[in-house]
Design a binder for this molecule. Structure first.
Ligand SMILES: NC(=O)c1ccc[n+]([C@@H]2O[C@H](COP(=O)([O-])OP(=O)(O)OC[C@H]3O[C@@H](n4cnc5c(N)ncnc54)[C@H](OP(=O)(O)O)[C@@H]3O)[C@@H](O)[C@H]2O)c1
Length: 285
């Protein structure tokens, strides 16, 4: 009983696969209680037999499931110390022909989802006088990538929201952090993204760009990246380093580009990106 009161508890969204799943393993191995949430309820989940893991249903687009998971977590573990907003999906394709519904859904999951979770947990954090929020963004929250304008804008928005909110919540002794993962192999991200992406024209004005952008994605998804465990370790570090540092880059593959974006001139960054990524048609001569 005494041990329970001293153990820290984290609620993680999107733990059915990939980075969320690795975070559950990483935090529970480090001795945390974990509220492992996923949008599909899995009563027979392998974690259900672990004393320090509660598997709970939570769809970030559904406020009722969020409150229910938070209440269940508090009932089981006494309180919640930290939240990791990991759930997300990618939408790629040409903006002009992406449906408004697909755009709305991307924002419902990647931006309004974390906002819903944060709004729901804040009263509890205020009750206990502290709290930690870690939002998972992306390199696509730092610089634009061709044919991902909607995913990119959702992650830019999450970055801006988190940074701004960090000032507001520091006044309440609640720390907000951002983790920016690089590419990860072994998650369902690319498969899920492809399923949801609809706007890849094979004819008309965008067809040439579209072919090049798809080749770029095929190249990116075929590359070997570290597994999500390395990023989960950075998230654990962010949760335990006792600092109020805002941003953590988690991936050697993206560090050079993030450096180029943040530490060199706009001109130098854009010259590099335009030389390497699909964009303006090459003129002959
Ligand atoms: N993979 C990469 O290269 C990469 C790079 C940078 C950033 N990221 C970010 O890292 C995070 C995790 O991605 P991942 O690579 O681990 O991909 P993943 O394996 O597809 O995991 C995404 C998780 O989000 C869940 N999810 C989707 N919609 C949801 C909803 N409405 N409510 C609750 N959960 C929902 C998925 O659940 P279902 O199984 O039910 O669909 C899944 O558990 C995302 O925020 C992503 O944007 C990924």
């Amino acid at each position: 009983m005494i041990e329970k009161q001293h153990k820290r508890t984290v609620l993680i969204t999107g733990t059915s696969s990939g980075l969320g799943q690795s975070c559950v393993n990483c935090f529970s191995a480090a001795g945390w209680n974990v509220i492992a949430t996923m949008r599909r309820s899995l009563e027979e989940h392998e974690w259900s037999s672990c004393d320090n893991v509660l598997v709970a249903e939570l769809d970030v687009t559904n406020a009722h499931t969020i409150s229910a998971a938070i209440e269940a977590g508090i009932a089981r573990f006494g309180n919640i110390d930290a939240v990791v907003n990991n759930a997300g999906h990618g939408l790629s394709g040409i903006f002009e022909i992406t449906s408004p519904e697909a755009i709305q859904y991307q924002f419902e999951v990647n931006l309004f989802g974390p906002m819903r979770v944060i709004r729901a947990v804040l009263p509890h954090f205020r009750n206990i006088g502290k709290g930690l929020i870690i939002n998972i963004t992306s390199p696509a929250g730092v610089f634009g990538i061709p044919a991902t304008s909607i995913y990119t804008s959702s992650k830019f928005a999450l970055e801006g929201f988190s940074e701004s909110l960090s000032y507001e919540l520091l006044s309440q002794n609640i720390v907000v952090k951002i983790v920016e993962p690089g590419g990860m192999s072994g998650t369902s991200f690319h498969d899920n993204s492809l399923l949801l992406s609809e706007a890849w024209p094979t004819e008309g004005g965008y067809s040439d760009f579209s072919v090049k952008a798809r080749k770029m994605f095929a190249f990116m998804s075929a590359r070997q990246y570290p597994g999500p465990e390395a990023v989960a370790a950075v998230i654990l570090e962010a949760a335990t380093d006792g600092s109020d540092r805002l941003r953590y880059v988690a991936g050697e593959d993206v560090r050079p580009l993030i450096y180029l974006r943040r530490c060199t001139s706009e001109d130098r960054f854009m010259t590099h990106m335009r030389a390497t990524l699909p964009g303006r048609p090459r003129t002959g001569g």
